[in-house]
Structures are given as C-alpha cells and as structure tokens.
Design a protein around this ligand. Structure first.
Ligand SMILES: Cc1cc2nc3c(=O)[nH]c(=O)nc-3n(C[C@H](O)[C@H](O)[C@H](O)COP(=O)(O)OP(=O)(O)OC[C@H]3O[C@@H](n4cnc5c(N)ncnc54)[C@H](O)[C@@H]3O)c2cc1C
Length: 245
C-alpha cells in the first residue's frame, strides 16, 4: 500500500546565485547613524534558514567562523518532498561533513552519484551540525539599511534591530536582500509542478533509476528515494503561477 504527500510550487528561472552578500560600501545613499547599545551586534548574519542558509552557516562553522541565521518562521521549514542531488551536490555535502550520514539513507540511482534526498531530512541534518543558538527563529527581516560605520542595520517585524558587519542573503525566491541589492525580480517562466513522496510500508518495487514520462506541455516522472519511498513529480505549462503558498 502506498501513501503520498504532495506539494505545489513554482519553478523559477533565476539569473542570480542563491546567496547574496554585502559587506562594506553600500549602494544606498542614505546612511543612518549606528545606534546605541540596545542594538544587538553580530559579525556574520545569514538571512534565511533554508538549504542555502544552513549550508552556508555550516560551511562557515567548519572554517571556524561563527554566524547567526535569521529565519522568519518559528521552526525549520521542513515542508516539501525531495530534491535530486547530483555529483557536485554530494561533493559539497562531503566537504561540509554531512554526505555520509545522508548516503546511508538514500539509494544511488543511475551509476554516477545521483540520489534523491528528502528535503526535511537534508534540512534537519544540516541544522543538527550547527552550534546551539545558531538559528534565531521568528525573525522576519523587514528593513535593511547601511549605517554610518559601514555595518548594516537589519530590522525585524517585531521591531528588534541588529547591526551586522557581513550580511548574507539566503532568503529564497522573493529575497528582500536581493531586492535591496538591486537584483531583478524573479520572472514566472510558465512552468508549474506538483511533487509528492509516496511511502510503501512493505517496500517499493521500482528499479533505482529516474523514470520520465513526456506529454504535450507536460513532463512527469518518479525516482526511487529509499527502500520505502518514491519521489514523483508532474511539471506542466501554465499561464498562471497559481496561488502563492
Ligand atoms: C517549504 C519549502 C518546500 C520546498 N520543497 C521543495 C521540494 O519538494 N523540492 C524541491 O526541489 N525544492 C523545494 N523547495 C525549494 C528548494 O528548497 C529551494 O529552491 C532550494 O533549496 C534553494 O534553497 P534556498 O535556501 O535558497 O531557498 P528556500 O529553501 O526557499 O529558503 C529560504 C528561507 O528564507 C526564509 N526567508 C524568506 N524571507 C525571509 C525574511 N524576510 N526574513 C527571514 N527569513 C526569510 C524562508 O522562510 C526560507 O526558510 C522548497 C522550498 C520551501 C521553502
């Protein structure tokens, strides 16, 4: 018997690297004065606790650099299904010391190192390797401004403020940091997708390979993830991105 969970999401065409960094001189002409002692001060701040934010924090931690990750939600956003990672992804996970923990849980497909991993497990694995208090939840960035001493002042929905020497934007598709840095808005390119993760309590029956099905304006497929789970997806052309989730 197979059970399934699914998610609906937009496919984006991004022209920029997922992390946006800003140090030192700033584009905005309006410099605010660095304020008094009630403002928290940090050296490296990462905005966004998704895969990019946690992987960046862990990379810095491995290099001995402390960072603070600010995430808008009140816990890790572990929703979603799976991501298929190829050889380059695995070499990154190797270099930050989490690949072997994940390899043992997921099937190798197609000879080369290609494995689909559950997004939740990837996020939780990265978070578990970070020092306590690295991630500060319920911290939604609403304002970012340069200060007169070259630091950057960040302001959050709850009114708190933080002064950072280095800010790394890992805040996803509608990144306020990217917008502030002058990157263009993401463009909807006319593709939508449904994704799901099917669970087979008695073991899944498929060969370890990616299986594609093509139709007019449609591409679907399924990938065995583990001995009991199969990731499936349906990508289709659509004139509208659908609801914002
Ligand atoms: C809930 C969810 C489910 C997903 N499911 C899948 C999936 O099943 N398969 C797949 O291939 N891809 C999925 N993705 C997309 C995939 O995770 C990303 O495209 C990819 O990993 C890049 O990660 P990212 O860290 O750059 O962005 P994201 O994973 O989008 O993470 C960005 C983070 O920044 C936080 N953030 C945004 N704005 C602010 C702000 N103003 N202040 C503070 N924090 C902020 C967000 O809450 C989020 O946690 C999902 C993304 C999300 C958020």
């Amino acid at each position: 018997m197979a059970t399934t969970t699914s998610s609906f999401m937009f496919l984006k065409l991004s022209t920029s690297f997922p992390c946006h960094t800003r140090t030192g001189s700033l584009r905005s002409s309006k410099l605010i004065k660095a304020q008094s002692s009630d403002v928290q001060k940090e050296h490296v701040v990462i905005v966004g606790g998704g895969i990019a934010g946690l992987a960046t924090a862990l990379s810095l931690h491995r290099l001995g650099v402390r960072s603070l990750v600010l995430e808008q939600s009140d816990s890790l956003r572990t929703g979603g299904t799976s991501l298929t990672l190829f050889k380059n992804g695995w070499s990154v996970l190797d270099s930050i010391g989490v690949a072997n923990h994940l390899r043992t849980q997921y099937l190798e497909i197609q000879g080369q190192e290609v494995r689909a991993v559950e997004r939740r497990v990837l996020l939780e694995t990265l978070a578990a390797q970070l020092p306590p208090d690295t991630i500060q939840y319920s911290s939604r960035l609403v304002k970012i401004e340069p200060s007169s001493n070259g630091d950057t002042l960040l302001e959050f929905t709850n009114g708190s403020k933080l002064l950072a020497q280095i800010v790394i934007g890992c805040d996803g598709i509608r990144s306020p940091i990217a917008k502030w840095m002058g990157f263009s808005e993401p463009k909807f390119v006319g593709h939508c997708a449904f994704r799901g993760l099917a669970s087979y309590s008695d073991g899944q029956p498929f060969q370890p390979r990616v299986n594609y099905i093509y139709g007019k304006g449609l591409r679907a497929g399924y990938v065995p993830v583990s001995p009991t789970k199969v990731y499936w997806f349906i990508c289709f052309n659509s004139s509208s991105p659908g609801p914002y989730l």
